[in-house]
Design a protein around this ligand. Sequence first.
Ligand code: ADP
Ligand code: MG
Length: 606
Amino acid sequence: MAEQYRHIHVLSDNVVNKIAAGEVVERPASALKELIENALDAGATQVDVDIVSGGRTLIRVSDNGTGMDRNDALLSIERHATSKIRDVNDIEGIDTLGFRGEALAAVSAVSRFRLRTRRHSDLAGTEISVSGGKIQDVRETGCPPGTAVEVRNLFFNVPARRKFLRSEQTELFHIRQVFVVCALAHLNVGIKLTIDGRKIYSLPGKSLLEDRLRDMFPSTSSPGLKSVNYTLNNIAVSGYISFPDNTRADRAEQYFFVNRRPARAALLSRAVRDGYHSMIARDRHPIIFLFIRLNSSLVDVNIHPTKKEVKFRNPGEVHDILAKAIRDALGTAEAKKIAHRGLSRFPSAGPQSGYIPGSLKGMESSSHVRKFSYPRQPAVPDVQPERAASQEEKKASEGVEKKVAAGETPSASPWAWYRILGQVGGLYIVIETEDGLVLMDPHAAHERVLYEQLLAEVINGEIKSQQLLIAETVDMTLKDAMVVRQYLDLLKKMGFGIAEFGGDTFVIDAFPACLGQVSCRNLLEDITVALEESGDKTGTGHLLEMTIARAACRSAVKAGKQLTPEEIEQLVDQLARAEMPYTCPHGRPTLIHTSFQELNKRFGRK
Ligand code: ADP
Ligand code: MG
């Protein structure tokens, strides 16, 4: 079948502009980025950002920069019109953020756009209105010196793009990200963010990095952060990073700047991971504000607006120096912190940290003889294995040997009889059962226990809350606060006594009793991530389960925590009663079972 022949035709400017616009303006946040960068390029010392409805309704950026005269204002919205380069040689030495002359043309092609601008020396300013790329009106106007750009109804004339805008919350998240990055990279400039009429940040100019961090990240205030200052081979790394106990479940609070420009690269994330190596769990991410400075010939700064990764001439070297800088900072800091607290929170897996509960010590070495023969039949609840133990052994194992009473055992119980032998490797609990040997991961086990407990309470509507003696206020990031606000009811259903306190702060005066001692802030942050991950896709049932699983994980005993014999005993007992004792809510095993049969086989016994 022959394709219908189509003649070539040149696209109209209008269509070309819309296509080009798509490359520059992906979403409200990318338009915002262009507008702020223009303000900074114009030498502004104050930039005010106003957002309405996640940027769909309005994005406004006002600055006190140079402003433009009428001619330049008209040129500024033409494609490839720029004041920043003249020819291709200028690109090498570029020191402005933009230079392609595309942004205003693109933004004004896909929105209802208004530009008001006045040079400081002029008496009157110029106002230009554009709708979908067509100039509607140009007039003289009275306005303050500088430039204000208003972008309304973004993508109103490009339905295909409009459809791809995500929820207001998601767009706001990206907007905040753009704002934060600009605020961190331009400490000299005062910058303000207002969302739906609410003042979110108002950051004075001539700030120190510390000031900005305190204003924008109150929840990560400096006690939790460590300064970094490291130079090697003319590559300098400076900024702040979080201590290993101050982490998040996602990478949302990791900011890198290369030669003052915001930068992203897999290499940078990898270097962070390597810098922290064994200090944090694999699914946790530290908070990072790092500035890397190096000779500009060693990095590709000619970054296309959509090209997000920076390119280094010597990536390996940058990786190594960054990782070293982090290790260096944490090395001294962590050593001091631990000395200060007098305890190690990162026990090595060496034998010295292997914990044998006091009352179990005797049993460790007792070479007792068991009379009943292996292998035994699969556990039946009412079978008590016949045992002929010596007097001492009986004494030693008092309180740790258990027969699970008939009737109270759920059918899923992994054993009918068990005896706890101790904790090995500072982690795993070793249990003898009637037909073999069981290794239990206490964290995973505790996670399972808490999960089922909390889920049952929520489902039966008999949630037990524990009242806090002193209500705790939790400052959240703008993004997290938005999620919490959206799911306030769900959190209350889970047993949280939580209320808005104004701004992005919440007061918590109660939380689910079974979660025990846990940091409100960490718990809430984790739950926020769970809610966000599952929020879009799933029904509330699944949402609840995910959230509870996350809460259980946060509150469960940490790997490496030394448990008392009583705690071990309680945990083993609770796990045995769980409905699904064999995995944690995320599907990792809680128990590894080796039967005597298997041992016999491996020892070559018949
Ligand atoms: P680019 O920034 O790549 O030059 P833009 O389309 O973003 O392209 O802007 C075009 C031109 O308009 C800029 O080169 C600059 O001269 C002028 N301009 C844009 N925004 C401002 C502003 N806020 N203040 C002063 N001049 C501006
Ligand atoms: Mg620009």
